[in-house]
Design a protein around this ligand. Sequence first.
Ligand code: SAH
Length: 347
Amino acid sequence: MPTQTETLPLLGQSVSELTDWVQTQGQPSYRGKQLHQWLYQKGARSLSEITVFPKQWRETLAETSIGRSAIHHCSIAPDETRKYLLRLADGLIIETVGIPTKKRLTVCVSSQVGCPMNCDFCATGKGGFTRNLQAHEIVDQVLTVQEDFQRRVSNVVFMGMGEPLLNLEQVVAAVRSLNQDVGIGQRSLTISTVGIPKQIQQLAQHHLQITFAVSLHASNQRLRHQLIPSANHYPLTALLDDCREYVKITGRRVTFEYILLAGVNDLPENAQQLAQHLKGFQSHVNLIPYNPINEADYQRPSKQNIQQFSEILQNHNIATSVRYSRGLEANAACGQLRASQAVNSKQ
Ligand code: SAH
């Protein structure tokens, strides 16, 4: 009978799990640390590359999967943002985005192949849902961007394809690995959710120090339901109560994301309503001007309206920032991800 670790890909496993595994292979325990270093620091793609391992053992391992995906395609936007299409072991394609600034390299990772939420303004949901990603398929995305930019990744946001809280177990396992194996601080990891009943409490129970973001996008239940079909089963007030509970349990504030759609949710009265909901709440609001997608005919508001919305919140002492997405030209910006090939092909 194979042990469980033998059936799992090696990527995503901790140093102690890897140590157990090398021992099941009849090797001394220190090879676990070596394997860990080659997987996460040196970026080995196959076990045969690990030259510190005895040749004979390496030959017997030729068929053992590390769990790396292949770069199927990469496009680069004028602002240097890179969008990758990665091919998983079963041939499915997911998207990952690398967003460089002077100080940071942020990776926007997918947590699912496609997405079942079907939010009206988001391209990912229009392509349907195929399956959850496994932890190693999430960790792989970060290593791939790190290697391609030849620079350490500083931040990871779970804002690519998919709804992370529908894949909580694997997402939490990936967070552990990104933190402890790849070495990225928990506070530099952001999980973003549209809100799934009971799952926010589940996440809170892990007591992670990650940044937690909730895609709110509306100032009242009627409007939210119009934009996000699943909101039907999760009233805005219940979602906000769960967020308050999250703050209590973890001691971490919540970031609320709010896409601004011209004439739909960007009116001064929406800002007033939102401010009432968030009064006294330990939170931060990120306003995200809508990025156009083919399948929806929303408009991005004018700069003036964006400013006005932001000022109303700030006048209510709500910490607010406006986040312009990067990578628009490569269809790599928020909400534009679906596994289609974009222009400016690199490979
Ligand atoms: N399902 C999770 C993770 C995906 S994150 C969530 O909804 O939070 C995707 C982020 O991009 C969210 O804040 C989402 O609301 C935002 N987004 C989606 N479509 C967008 C669009 N067309 N323009 C700008 N932001 C968009």
